[in-house]
Design a binder for this molecule. Structure first.
Ligand SMILES: NC(=O)C1=CN([C@@H]2O[C@H](COP(=O)(O)OP(=O)(O)OC[C@H]3O[C@@H](n4cnc5c(N)ncnc54)[C@H](OP(=O)(O)O)[C@@H]3O)[C@@H](O)[C@H]2O)C=CC1
Ligand SMILES: O=C(O)[C@@H]1CCC=N1
Length: 275
């Protein structure tokens, strides 16, 4: 397997994550000629072809046959049937990369030709603007070179870390689903502004800029979040009053429960796909 950027990549599934991977490949220097994407609806395939200049089709086996890397960007319940459809077209040594939540590497290895290298990736949607966080884990036959190639593919999407496969359900619960929790907080903060009499537009802009600024400060200062929170909290002031209300309403416990629920759902997805 070469790590040259002219490796031909087939992306199966042109939804939210499939489109993110296509855009990441182009940002990482791939030529659109070397990127194929499959979609079952012709109109979506045409949309992707027009937007990115990549080759789009609705035929998974033909597309896979020409690829050196196959990226599975399908919903977990569709992955099994599509692997059965394409297994005979996967050439020896083709790297299979999957972003599907829950499904273990073994699920792919059992359905693909013996020896196929598989890398699992858990990305998130801010990848589309280069502010993503992805974790990658190697399957039985994936080498350091395969992981390096996946890192190149994801190079323009933001943070990429290597983890053991056993940690991917937890990663899914934290960074995979995490943007949704952050959007939830942004929406709630904006709604609170409206409650207090601000216009929705002003409240939304303040909420987004505040969460963005706090995340950037946490990253750039390297300080513990508790230290940064204490710096906002003047003695006897407004912030301690607000944080006390967050504690009283169990917001911290709610976030921990959300992560456990998402982790459990990730495990269930694997069990459901094996039925
Ligand atoms: N969205 C996210 O934030 C993240 C998603 N993921 C994972 O990414 C995967 C895809 O999720 P997401 O992109 O959100 O889902 P989407 O539904 O947006 O994308 C899946 C795409 O696959 C298409 N599709 C379905 N069947 C086939 C087929 N047989 N051949 C080719 N394409 C097909 C679907 O078309 P149609 O709509 O017509 O059925 C759809 O466009 C999931 O496994 C998810 O766990 C991982 C991390 C984050
Ligand atoms: O909701 C999901 O199942 C996917 C996986 C992580 C984010 N979205």
């Amino acid at each position: 397997m070469t790590t040259q950027q002219n490796v031909r990549v087939a992306v199966l599934g042109g939804g939210v994550m499939g489109e993110t991977v296509v855009s990441a490949l182009l940002s990482a220097g791939w030529s659109a000629d070397d990127v194929d994407v499959t979609e079952q609806y012709a109109s979506r395939a045409t949309e992707l072809a027009q937007r990115y200049g990549v080759n789009a089709s609705d035929t998974n086996p033909d597309t896979v046959r020409h690829a050196q890397v196959v990226v599975v960007a399908l919903k977990p319940n569709v992955v099994g049937p599509v692997l059965e459809e394409v297994a005979g077209s996967v050439r020896p040594g083709t790297l299979v990369v999957t972003v599907a939540a829950g499904l273990p590497v073994a699920f792919y290895e059992q359905r693909l030709p013996e020896g196929t290298p598989v890398v699992r990736v858990m990305p998130n949607t801010p990848a589309v603007i280069g502010h993503g966080a992805s974790a990658i884990a190697a399957g039985t036959h994936a080498t350091d070179e395969h992981l390096a190639l996946v890192e190149r593919i994801l190079g323009a999407t933001g943070l990429v870390v290597r983890v053991a496969e056993k940690d991917l359900d937890a990663v899914t619960a934290i960074s995979g689903s995490g943007p949704a929790y952050a959007f939830y907080v942004i929406d709630a903060l904006a709604e609170a502004g409206v409650l207090l009499g601000l216009t929705r537009d002003l409240a939304s802009r303040l909420a987004v800029a505040t969460i963005e600024g706090a995340a950037a400060l946490a990253q750039q200062s390297g300080e513990h979040p508790v230290v940064l929170r204490e710096r906002v909290s003047s003695p006897g002031g407004t912030t301690v009053a607000g944080v006390r209300a967050l504690d009283a309403h169990g917001v911290r416990a709610g976030i921990l429960a959300a992560a456990e629920a998402a982790r459990d759902r990730s495990r269930e997805l694997a069990a459901e796909s094996d039925k």
